[in-house]
Structure formats: structure tokens, C-alpha cells
Design a protein around this ligand. Sequence first.
Ligand code: CA
Ligand code: CA
Ligand code: CU
Length: 239
Amino acid sequence: MKRWFTVFTLVAATGLSTHAATITYFSASLSQDHVVKGGIAGTAATGRGTATFVLTQPDVGEPTLRYDIGLVGADLDGAQTPNMPADNVTGIHLHNTAVCIAPGCQVGDTGGTMHVLNLFGFPRADDGDMTYDAAASTVSGLWDASDKNALTPLPSGKPSEFLTELFNGKLFLMVHTQGVPTGAYGGFLTRVPEPAGLALLLTGVCWLLIRRRQGGTAITFCHEASVRNSRGVVQAPKW
Ligand SMILES: [Ca+2]
Ligand SMILES: [Ca+2]
Ligand SMILES: [Cu+2]
């Protein structure tokens, strides 16, 4: 005899919240090789890092972009490697590489391009949600509509104004240092599958089909249903 038991599992709180928003994940690999200025790629910077981003687009209201940046070989407060000024981070920004602003900037450059969010250092920290840990070399925050301003120089915008650039791979996270003030290392925001654990939580509805056999062996599998995130399919984690 075969019997099928269908178990309907709802991850209640998480499910309810995700049904009101679309979640998309991005990451960036930060390297001096990705920095291009005046058509010339590469800088002499030694720092590098990775960054992850979570774009939340609610059914109603403004989108937000959470960012978590981890740097290696960076000195966020100038006190980590006091005898080495070159690694001191002077600014971290999200750039729109579709728009040049500096003299000599050309198509394909990542440096010398428009700022869409000043999140650390020069010219200002426009994201009030930004926090950093100099010892751990991490920077986190939430880019939202309240971060937009009209300040000079280099005003910050809000995520809803740059969604096209974000999805088209035009946004670039740039780290400026005392050694290479015009842009030391950085990377493009690239869309990635959501982490598997998070996906399970965010999916909201999970059907468990438990097949019981005479021998007592149960085969359990889980089908992701009603996915309201951007991909629709849960994939293996890649970050
Ligand atoms: Ca230093
Ligand atoms: Ca903010
Ligand atoms: Cu910059």
C-alpha cells in the first residue's frame, strides 16, 4: 500500500512579508583590475574585497538596497596600519558607469563616473544607516530614498532612479584610497541567485510530500511554490 501525505507548511511571518516585496541579490568582487580610467585598466592598489547586496522592491513604496562590504588590505580609520598611509580608505561610493563626470573620462571607464550613493568618507556619508568596523574591515548600510540629496559636490540619489542601471550591470562599487584617490579598487554589481538558506525562508510556501513505503522508508522532497522573488527558481548558493 502506498499512501501520500501532503503537508502544507507555511513559514508564516517571513512568507507574509515577502509576498509584499520582490527580492533580488547582487554581489561585487572588488579588485584593482576592474578600475578603468581614461580607457586604461588597473591601479597600483593592493586592497581588495567582496560585497553583497539585497534589493527589496515592495509592492507599494520605494525600493531599498542593503549592502555588506568586506575589505582585505584596507584601513578604514587610518589606525589599522598607521605606518602605511596608502591603504587608508578615503571614500566608498556607488558609481553609475553609464555617465562620465570627470575630465578625460570615456565610455567603458569605471573611475571618473557619476556617484549615485556616497556611503563612506569623501565627500560625505550620505547613508545614515551606514556603519563600519575598522578592525573587521566591514562596511554595511541601507541605500533608501531618504539618502537622496542635492548637496555639492556629488549629490547622492535614491535606488528607484537607478534600477535600470543596476539590472543592466552599470553600477560599480568604488573604493578610493590615499594611495589611489581617483579610485583604487572596485567591482560591478552583478545579479546572483539567492543563498539557499535564505531562499527557503523567503519562499514562503513549501509543500512537503512524504511518501511512505511498506518498508518504512520515507522519501521527502520539497517543492518551492508561490515564489514571488525575482528568479522563481531556487538554485544552489554561489556566494
Ligand atoms: Ca594605514
Ligand atoms: Ca539609508
Ligand atoms: Cu567614487
